[in-house]
Every structure is written in structure tokens, then in C-alpha cells.
Ligand binder design. Structure first.
Ligand SMILES: *Cc1c(COP(=O)(O)O)cnc(C)c1O
Length: 364
């Protein structure tokens, strides 16, 4: 069988390894496995949200509300935008896919930072588009503007805070890039970790309202990280009405399940859960910074719920990640991004204890 030729140079997305795999492969009891690989909320599911999911279980025979009125209303209130400025996706990943399909073809190029969210490239390649990257892993304004002028990309991806590096781009810098491009280029501001950046330093806080005056910018957010709903698959895009209308043409019907909709609506009502998650995180991440300093390696200042440790030649991220995995500790090796580095989701105090114990032994 001959597949579409664009598939030839697509590498399948490699998700963080699931706990079940470590249990199967290394015979470790599931309760012993510590997964700090997918930037999930370590506190768990908000109990109020779990209750709503259970309550909605007997509505499984009905199609969900395809207008997603209640969720859009809740998001609209939260961000001070109208419901027709919002599109909901099965994760913000699905909104990224809509964007790619709505704009790209074989003639297009897309621009992104050297090291950033892997799905931008995959969705763009599915459409046959060319990938252009800046030379730094940080989002540097001058590099983005120079590459924009040279390549005139159809889409520019600004991931802030950035995954998998954890650094953030200031609102001032994001607006400088937006102001330098013309209306033929869409700028995607991916704020999957924005709640963490906003709590740490307001210079890095970008709200959907900040970009809504631009017809060629879309803001993306998700319930998967600070809201602790990775398993429910709900994300959103916020932009001017005309752009949202076009993206809607790409949306399959009922793309968000009844349970996921109910969960996200309930999650919007509970700011305390998110605040507590961020507080735990801010306390625990200090241990990771101190540990790196003690051990004499560097890390990237983090504005997210994870930290990226950078190693020199004396340490090999692949060997370390493999050794940790055998001990039931799952983290993200960044070798496939061309970095001798690893990304660790900040866990609960107890999970972090286990991580430090094994990590100390592995690098000793
Ligand atoms: C996690 C993540 C997303 C999307 O996650 P969904 O679960 O699909 O909402 C988007 N962008 C970045 C940078 C992420 O880390």
C-alpha cells in the first residue's frame, strides 16, 4: 500500500511512558512507580470534578452538547471574552491540528524555536509544510523576526512557557514579535503552562485579552496541566470571530465527550484547586533547584510545572533516564531534542523524595 508521501518524514510522537509499561517490563509494583514525565498535576484529580464525572456517567447514551455553551460561558467569564471567540478541542492539541489543516499546504512553512513542543512539527508535516527553526531554544525576538522576514512562514508558534525547556518569553517580547509580522502570518501563543508563569512573575503573564485585538493571533490553553485533567482531553483556542469561524470548519462533531465537558465546566468553578496546585509546585521546585546546585549541574529557570536539568559531557541523559526507568522512576529524556538534558515534572513531596533518592544513587 502506498501512503501519502508526507508521512515519509514524520516521526511518531513519543508520549511519556505509562506506569503500566514499567510494571510490565521491570516487574515493579504500580504503587512504587513514580511518573514525573508528562507534566500532569501530581495532586491528582480535583475531588469535586471527579464527583461530577461520576454523576454524569448515566448520560453516556446521549451525544454531548455540541454547542458547548456552558463551557464557553465559563471560559468567557474567566478570560473576559465572548463565546464566539472560543473553540474547544480534545486537548489544545486538537486545536493545533485544526490550525494546521486550515492554513497549511506543501507551499507553506512554519516557524518555531529550536527546541519546542513536538506536535507543531508533526501537524505541519502532515500538511506537507516546511519546518523552520530559530537557532536558540529560547524565543529570541531578533531571531524570530529575522527568520520571519526570510521565510514568510504561514504560522509562527510561540510556546510560552516553553515545553520541554521550561523557560518563558515575556509579554513584551511576544508582542514585539506579533507587531513585526503582517496579517498573512498566524501567530499561535501556546499558553499550556501559563498559570504557572503568571503566578511566578506577571511580566510573563499573557492573557487571551492581550492578543484579541490582533486578527492574526490565537491563544491556546488547556485543562491538562494546572487543572489536572490530562485524561479528559479538553483545551481551547481564543481568537477573533473570523478566525474561530474558519477553524470550526475543521472540527468533527461532538469532539468533546459528555464527561469531559462536565469535568471542564466544574474545574472552571474551582480556582482554589489550581492555586493550591501551584503553591505546592512552587515549594517543591525549590528542592530541584537546590539539588542541581549541590550536584554541580545547571538547570533552566522554570516557569512551568517541570524543570529541565542540563548535563555536561560527564553525564549522559539517556543512560540516566534508562537507569531511572529500571528503578521505576519515569522522567523525560531530551536526547531526541538534541539536548543532553532531562525534563522532570515536579511531583508531590513524597514523589520527589523517591526521585532524589534514586537519582542520587544513579549519578553516584
Ligand atoms: C501539554 C501541552 C499541550 C496540549 O496538551 P493537551 O493535553 O492536548 O491539551 C499543548 N502545548 C504544550 C506546549 C503542552 O505542553
Amino acid at each position: 500500500m502506498k501512503f501519502n508521501k508526507v508521512l515519509e518524514n514524520i516521526k511518531t510522537y513519543e508520549a511519556g511512558k505509562p506506569i503500566e509499561l514499567v510494571v510490565r517490563e521491570f516487574g515493579i509494583a504500580p504503587e512504587e512507580v513514580v511518573k514525573l514525565a508528562s507534566n500532569e498535576n501530581p495532586i491528582g484529580t480535583n475531588p469535586a470534578v471527579a464527583e461530577v464525572i461520576r454523576k454524569n456517567a448515566d448520560k453516556a447514551h446521549l451525544y454531548p452538547d455540541d454547542s458547548m455553551f456552558e463551557l464557553k460561558e465559563a471560559l468567557g467569564k474567566k478570560f473576559n471574552v465572548d463565546d464566539d471567540n472560543i473553540i474547544i478541542g480534545a486537548g489544545s492539541d486538537q486545536v493545533l491540528e485544526f490550525i494546521s489543516r486550515a492554513l497549511l499546504d506543501e507551499e507553506s512553512s512554519v516557524l518555531m524555536s529550536q527546541v519546542t513542543f513536538a506536535m507543531y512539527e508533526i501537524y505541519a508535516k502532515q500538511m506537507g509544510a516546511t519546518i523552520v527553526r530559530t537557532s536558540s531554544y529560547q524565543h529570541k525576538v531578533d531571531e524570530f523576526i529575522a527568520a520571519y522576514k526570510e521565510h514568510k512562514p504561514k504560522i509562527i508558534y510561540l510556546c510560552t512557557p516553553n515545553n520541554p525547556t521550561g523557560d518563558a518569553t515575556s509579554k513584551e517580547d511576544v508582542l514585539a514579535i506579533i507587531n513585526a509580522v503582517d496579517k498573512e502570518t498566524l501567530v499561535v501563543v501556546d499558553g499550556a503552562y501559563m498559570e504557572y508563569a503568571a503566578a511566578k512573575d506577571e511580566k510573563y503573564c499573557i492573557e487571551p485579552k492581550d492578543i484579541l485585538e490582533f486578527e492574526n493571533v490565537i491563544y491556546l490553553g488547556t485543562f491538562s496541566k494546572a487543572y489536572g485533567l490530562g485524561g479528559m482531553r479538553v483545551g481551547y483556542g481564543i481568537a477573533q470571530v473570523n478566525l474561530i469561524k474558519e477553524l470550526y470548519k475543521m472540527r468533527p462533531p461532538f469532539n468533546i465527550s459528555t464527561l469531559s465537558l462536565a469535568a471542564a465546566i466544574e474545574a472552571c468553578k474551582d480556582d482554589v484547586f489550581v492555586e493550591e496546585s501551584i503553591m505546592l509546585h512552587q515549594e517543591q521546585i525549590k528542592r530541584y533547584e537546590a539539588f542541581a546546585k549541590e550536584q554541580g549541574f545547571t538547570y533552566i529557570e522554570s516557569y512551568t510545572n517541570f524543570i529541565t536539568y542540563l548535563f555536561d559531557e560527564g553525564m549522559d541523559s539517556t543512560k540516566i533516564a534508562d537507569a531511572l526507568l529500571k528503578r521505576g522512576v519515569i522522567i523525560r529524556n531530551l536526547a531526541s531534542y538534541g539536548m543532553n538534558a532531562m525534563r522532570i515534572t515536579i511531583g508531590t513531596a513524597k514523589q520527589n523524595d523517591v526521585f532524589f533518592k534514586h537519582f542520587s544513587e544513579v549519578i553516584a
